[in-house]
Design a protein around this ligand. Structure first.
Ligand code: ZN
Ligand code: ZN
Length: 348
């Protein structure tokens, strides 16, 4: 869970005395309270309070490590008003609705300041308990993939592959982390091609991107598998992506700039004539959100630290032909890295 001490240091650096937290993942990171429906956290210099309504009284008592105020607006804002009187209070510009901001303005005698990424910044490095949850989620995903892999054959619909993966995750006690991507044949050219009615054909490459969620924490992995014998042209693309992926994972260690990892993978794909085909960034952090910091994209100044969990997922997408993506989930360790995703990769 995110540290209040670190967050208060971030507030000071951002020039605010307090922070109104409205993003559900940030609320959960600070309090442990898991309902995305109605939960807000107010952090001041000497207090941190969870606000939710009476539907969640029991859940808040069970989950929240912060004291709770059970109220509905406008009482919520009136209770908080006393704590923020005359202060500079940050709000989450990327998450608070316009109506939410108007309500704060109406009830508080405080200076409201837009902020970005403050709680996110203290979520970058995971605690051992958080790493454990991510590890557990990925272990389930690995087992499910192993069980489903033999059923990915010609004549099977993408939807059926996705359903089998989802069932496997649920049976293992996990949630489905995000919409399962199964993109076969020419659909492989869509980086986010969620499973469709398309029937997988002999000679297809099939890109499968899925993850589990355990205690709110996600896993994320992509494998591209061959059905029958894909064309030599597709196999060449696959080998290029695998080379880029392997090289970028191998380079992960504390102190490395995320933008340099992106450049490393991009350079390899460029040498294979696939610069244009790699249409997205190299990877992202994973935690309570499926996409969070650090950002492994071109020009990113984020620097890797032990305890960060990131994906490395280069791809190549060729409209009308097909596509390849290979994604591993990687923990940054004191001495380098540990690859958490263990499902075998196709050798083509
Ligand atoms: Zn993924
Ligand atoms: Zn990903």
């Amino acid at each position: 869970m995110a540290s209040l001490r670190e967050l208060r240091a971030a507030l000071t650096a951002a020039g605010v005395d307090a922070l109104w937290v409205s993003d559900p993942a940030n609320v959960r990171a600070l309090s442990g309270f898991s309902s995305g429906k109605d939960g807000k956290v107010l952090v001041t210099g000497d207090s941190a309070t969870l606000y939710t309504d009476a539907r969640y009284t029991v859940q808040a008592q069970e989950e929240s490590r912060l004291p709770q105020v059970i109220a509905r607006p406008p009482e919520t804002y009136q209770d908080a008003a006393a704590r923020v009187q005359g202060q500079r209070v940050g709000f989450e510009a990327e998450h608070l609705t316009v109506a939410g901001l108007e309500a704060l303005r109406a009830h508080w005698n405080a200076t409201l300041v837009p902020t970005r990424g403050l709680v996110e910044s203290v979520r970058l490095v995971k605690s051992p308990e958080e790493v454990q949850a991510i590890r557990a989620a990925q272990a389930i995903a690995d087992r499910v993939f192993e069980a489903v892999r033999p059923t990915i054959q010609a004549g099977v619909r993408e939807l059926d592959v996705a359903l089998a993966l989802e069932l496997g995750l649920r049976r293992a006690g996990a949630e489905v982390g995000f919409d399962v991507i199964v993109a076969s044949g020419p659909r492989g050219a869509m980086p986010h091609g969620v499973a469709s009615e398309r029937v997988i054909e002999d000679g297809d490459l099939v890109t499968i991107d899925f993850g589990a969620r355990v205690q709110g924490y996600h896993s994320d992995m992509t494998r591209t598998v061959a059905v029958g014998k894909p064309s030599e042209a597709l196999c060449r693309v696959y080998r290029a992506v695998l080379e880029a992926e392997t090289a970028a994972v191998a380079a992960i260690r504390p102190g490395v700039k995320a933008g340099d990892l992106d450049a490393l993978a991009r350079g390899i794909l460029e040498r294979h004539g696939l610069a244009e085909a790699f249409a997205h960034s190299l990877g992202h952090g994973v935690g309570l959100s499926i996409h969070e910091g650090p950002s492994l994209r071109a020009g990113s100044e984020d620097v890797l630290e032990p305890g960060m969990v990131v994906t490395v997922e280069p791809g190549a997408y060729l409209p009308g032909v097909g596509g390849v993506r290979i994604e591993d989930l990687v923990l940054v360790t004191e001495s380098g890295h540990e690859v958490l995703s263990r499902a075998p990769k196709e050798q083509l």
